[in-house]
Design a protein around this ligand. Structure first.
Ligand code: NAP
Length: 261
């Protein structure tokens, strides 16, 4: 990864596109660093978001040009795109706007999950394929793809769904649906109890990476899992898999020539 190589005013401003645990962890790690100001950006999808340390702005930019203007006006020294692996539009905009504004960009993206012995995974390229496959695999479905993705399953009348999301999902919705409003982290024991209590026979998830609690529980119960593949990263993207690697990228650059306090 090339380091940040810019001469910027003090304090140097690092801009984190967030909405993830990693985005919050990076903001917390940056906050005590002297001569560094961290600004995080959230899309504003949830009514009570977990707020990162430091400054926070909320809402879209109005596309690539809006983000480019923001980076220039705020004299941002470095951008870290720490959005969710499935927030592909935001990532594409971050790549284009950083290039236009000539600001170094790092994509902080946790690795996807790896299949373990005993897993019964069915990898699919998108939500529509997941919806088509489901009736062949089970009848009682635990849907953990997020509330914006539930519409893709609205026509699957052969299945009953338990969906879990932070906010209530919007229509269209499957005809047989129970909504569970909850926010992680989730535990292995809790996921086991949930799957058993609701007599779930198939799990659907995006390949988000991170905690494996629900995947471990599904393996233990011998349940099939439909795993939606990630959208591809932009070509020649500068990617770090961990918060520590992102911090190292920032430390190596002249914009943030310091160590954590
Ligand atoms: P998306 O489809 O890639 O982005 C759509 C638009 O939302 C973007 O073009 C941008 O609007 C705005 N946006 C997205 N992330 C933003 C951010 N961090 N700050 C400011 N504006 C943002 O994104 P999405 O999949 O709807 O995800 C929205 C947010 O939820 C992201 O921050 C992501 O990290 C988080 N999230 C997503 C998922 C998921 O499964 N997709 C799961 C967990 C968390 P403009 O074009 O107007 O700038």
């Amino acid at each position: 990864m090339p380091p940040v190589a810019r001469v910027t005013p003090t304090p140097a401003r690092v801009f984190i596109l967030g909405g993830t645990t990693e985005g919050r962890e990076l903001a917390s790690a940056c906050a005590p660093i002297p001569d560094l100001e961290v600004i995080s950006s959230l899309a504003g999808r949830t009514t009570s978001p977990l707020l990162p340390a430091g400054k926070v702005r909320i809402g879209g930019f109005g596309g690539i040009d809006g983000l480019t203007d923001y980076l220039r006006q705020e004299r941002i020294a470095a951008v870290v795109d720490a959005t969710h692996p499935f927030a592909a539009t935001m990532t594409a905009h971050a790549v284009a706007a950083s290039a236009q504004a000539d600001v170094p960009l790092l994509i902080l993206r946790r690795p996807g999950w790896t299949e373990q012995p005993g897993d019964r995974w069915h990898r699919v390229p998108d939500l529509a394929t997941a919806a088509k496959l489901l009736p062949d695999l089970g009848e009682r479905v635990f849907l953990t793809t997020g509330r914006q993705s539930i519409a893709a399953f609205a026509e699957v009348d052969a299945c009953w769904f338990l969906s879990r999301s932070v906010e209530p999902p919007a229509e269209p919705l499957p005809s047989r649906l129970e909504v569970l409003l909850d926010r992680g982290p989730f535990t292995h024991i809790g996921e086991l109890a949930l799957l058993t209590e609701h007599r779930v026979d198939v799990l659907v998830t995006k390949d988000s990476g991170g905690s494996t609690a629900k995947l471990d529980a599904a393996r233990e119960l011998g349940l099939p899992v439909v795993l939606v593949d990630r959208p591809p990263l932009p070509p020649s993207a500068n990617v770090a898999p961990t918060v520590e690697a992102a911090l190292e990228w920032l430390r190596r650059g002249s914009a943030v020539a310091c160590t954590p306090g």
